[in-house]
Design a protein around this ligand. Structure first.
Ligand code: ADP
Ligand code: GLC
Length: 508
C-alpha cells in the first residue's frame, strides 16, 4: 500500500514528546513490512538533527502557494529520508511559521497565538504537495489536532480530485487533552465552507475544534491503547468530546504504540556507559547506575534504590502527587533522578527538592535526549503516576532497559504494566507496579489519598528491591518481552487494508 503519515513532530526532525517517537517508529515498521511509506513534518530549522541532509524540491517543482484566511502564504518542500529506513520524508518549509524557538510555544512563554494558522497551512501544504508529486496514496494517516484538517480536506475539496479518488484517511488521537481549539472566526483560516461549522462537524462548545474535525471526517479513528479507547468515551476522560467518540465508537480502535528498537535498545544504545542485554543485565545496570549517579552528583552507592522520571511537567503526569509526598520521598532513603520541563510550579518544586537534597535528588530542567537514555538505563525503577496516559512510551522503554515501572492503572499504562502481586509473581506475568486512583469526575482532580497510595507503592517497590531474587525476576520479565512495533504495525496494516478495500468497492 501507499501510505502517507503526517505529524507535527517526528524524531529526528523535532520532538516535544511521544508523538515524535511514534511518527518515526510506525512508518519505519510499515516500510519494513513492504509498504511504500512517506512522512510529512514541518521543517523546524532549530530542532532538526543537524546531521540530516536534505534537498529542496525545486527539481520536482513543488512550490507551495496557499490562501490562508486573507493572506497568501508561500512555502516549499524539502526532501530527505528517515534514518535507517527507506521512508521518504517531506519537510514543509515556511520559515516565518516554523523557524521559531519552540514547536508549539515559545521557550519562555505560552502557546503561539497563531497555531491554528500554522497548522492549517501545514495541512493544506501537505495536500498540495501530495497532489503535485502525484503520490496517489491509498491512506493518509493524520496524528493529533495539528493534522486534523487533513481528513476534512480529503473528504470535501479533494474527494473527486484525480489521484485522491481512492484515498482514505485515518485519524489517530495521541492525547485528547490537546484539541486545537480556537475561536469560531479561525474557520476562515481553514478555508473550509462555513456550513461545516456545526455541532456535528467542526464546531465544539462554540469553538472551532481541529481534533474533532479529524475525528468526524476520518474513515477510521484510532487511539494509542485499547484502555484509552474505552476511557475517552466516558465523561471523566473524554475532555468534552466523549459524546462525539461514543457516536463514532464503531470506527474507533485502540492500538498500542510500539518502541523503535533501533533507538531504544540497551544492547546498542550509544548514550549509555555500558551496553547490556538480558544475559548481562546485572553488570550492565550496575555500571550504568554508577555512571548516572556520578553524572548527576548523587551519592555513588550501589545498593540505594534509584527512581528515574523523564517527563513533560504537566498536570497529566502526576507531579502534584509527588509534591504532596515530598517528606515521604526523602524519608524513604531512595534516590531520584528527574529530567523534564513544563509548568513553572512543577519545575520549581523539583528543582527545589534537588537543591535541598543534592546527594539524594537530581533534577535537570530542560530537554536532553542522551540523559533520557541514561536515566532509563541507570535507574532501578521508574515513576509514572499519570492521571491519564493515552499510551505512554517511557514505561515501555524502562522495561526494555530492565528498569521496573511504577504506574497508575490508566490508559496504556494499564495495558502494558502487570502489577507485582503475589499471584502475578507466581505466574511470572508481573513486570512492574501499578495502582488504581480513587475514581473522580474530573481528569486531574487532586486527591490526597492518591498521593498516600503513591507513597505506599514506592515503599512496596523498595521492599521488593531489597529481595534480589524477586527483583531480578521482575526486571527480567520486562526486558524479555517484545516491545517493538512489529505487532502494532501489523494491526495498522489490517486497518488500512479494510478501508482501502471498502474504497475499491465504493469505486466499483
Ligand atoms: P508524552 O508523549 O505524553 O510526553 P510518552 O511517555 O509517550 O509521554 O513519551 C515521552 C517521550 O518524550 C519519551 O521519548 C521521553 O523520553 C521523551 N521526553 C520527555 N521529556 C523529555 C526531556 N525533558 N528530555 C528528553 N526526552 C524527553
Ligand atoms: C501523547 C500521550 C502519550 C503517548 C504519546 C504517543 O503525548 O500523552 O501517552 O504515548 O502521545 O502516542
Amino acid at each position: 500500500m501507499k501510505i502517507v503519515l503526517t505529524s507535527s513532530e517526528a524524531v529526528p526532525f523535532g520532538k516535544t514528546g511521544g508523538l515524535a517517537d511514534v511518527a518515526s517508529g510506525l512508518p519505519k515498521a510499515l516500510a519494513k513490512r513492504g509498504h511504500d511509506v512517506s512522512l510529512f513534518v514541518p521543517h523546524y530549522p532549530q530542532f532538526i538533527d543537524q546531521s540530516i541532509s536534505h534537498t529542496r524540491l525545486f527539481d520536482f517543482n513543488v512550490p507551495i502557494n496557499l490562501a490562508i484566511g486573507e493572506e497568501t502564504i508561500a512555502g516549499s518542500v524539502l526532501k530527505t529520508v528517515l534514518p535507517d529506513s527507506n521512508v521518504d520524508v517531506y519537510l514543509v518549509d515556511q520559515p516565518e511559521l516554523f523557524d521559531r524557538d519552540g514547536i508549539y510555544q515559545s521557550a519562555g512563554g505560552g502557546q503561539y497565538t497563531d497555531n491554528c494558522k500554522r497548522f492549517a497551512f501545514f495541512c493544506r501544504a501537505i495536500m498540495q504537495a501530495i497532489d503535485t508529486l502525484q503520490l496517489c496514496p491509498d491512506v493518509i494517516h493524520a496524528n493529533d489536532w495539528q493534522t486534523g484538517l487533513i481528513p476534512a480536506l480529503l473528504a470535501t475539496e479533494y474527494r473527486e480530485q484525480p489521484g485522491f479518488e481512492k484515498t482514505r484517511s485515518v485519524m489517530t488521537i495521541h492525547n485528547l487533552a490537546f484539541q486545537g481549539r480556537s475561536w469560531h472566526f479561525d474557520m476562515q483560516l481553514t478555508g473550509m465552507d462555513w456550513k461545516y461549522f456545526n455541532w456535528e462537524q467542526m464546531e465544539s462548545w462554540g469553538e472551532l475544534n481541529l481534533l474533532k474535525t479529524g475525528i468526524v471526517f476520518a474513515d477510521k479513528i484510532t487511539t494509542v491503547s485499547p484502555t484509552y479507547a474505552a476511557e475517552i468515551q466516558t465523561p471523566q476522560f473524554g475532555c468534552g468530546l466523549d459524546a462525539v467518540l461514543r457516536h463514532w465508537s464503531d470506527d474507533l480502535l485502540g492500538i498500542i504504540n510500539g518502541s523503535d528498537t533501533d533507538l531504544w535498545n540497551p544492547a546498542t544504545d550509544p548514550h549509555i556507559a555500558l551496553r547490556y542485554d538480558a544475559s548481562t543485565i546485572v553488570a550492565g545496570k550496575a555500571k550504568c547506575k554508577q555512571a548516572l549517579q556520578h553524572e548527576l552528583g548523587l551519592d555513588e552507592k550501589a545498593h540505594v534504590p534509584l527512581f528515574g522520571m523523564v517527563s513533560r511537567m504537566t498536570d497529566q503526569k502526576g507531579f502534584d502527587l509527588l509534591e504532596h509526598i515530598e517528606t515521604q520521598l526523602i524519608d524513604s532513603g531512595a534516590q531520584f533522578a528527574f529530567l523534564g520541563s513544563g509548568e513553572p510550579q512543577f519545575e520549581t518544586f523539583i528543582a527545589k527538592l534537588a537543591s535541598e537534597h543534592p546527594k539524594q535528588v537530581a533534577a535537570k530542567i530542560g530537554f536532553d535526549n542522551g540523559l533520557a537514555h541514561r536515566i532509563e538505563a541507570g535507574s532501578d525503577a521508574y515513576l509514572m503516576p499519570s492521571y491519564f496516559e493515552p499510551c505512554g512510551l517511557n514505561q515501555m522503554y524502562s522495561m526494555q532497559y530492565g528498569t521496573v515501572p511504577l504506574v497508575c492503572r490508566v490508559g496504556g499504562l494499564a495495558d502494558t504494566v502487570v502489577d507485582a502481586s503475589t499471584e502475578n509473581m507466581a505466574t511470572n506475568q508481573a513486570n512492574g507496579f501499578s495502582f488504581d486512583r480513587i475514581p473522580q469526575t474530573g481528569e486531574y482532580t487532586f486527591n490526597p489519598q492518591d498521593a498516600d497510595q503513591l507513597a505506599f507503592q514506592i515503599e512496596r517497590v523498595i521492599d521488593m528491591y531489597r529481595n534480589p531474587e524477586l527483583w531480578n525476576q521482575l526486571r527480567m520479565r520486562g526486558i524479555l518481552q517484545d516491545w517493538s512495533w512489529t505487532p502494532s504495525a501489523a494491526k495498522f496494516e489490517e486497518l488500512y487494508k479494510e478501508i482501502v478495500s471498502a474504497a475499491l468497492e465504493d469505486a466499483a
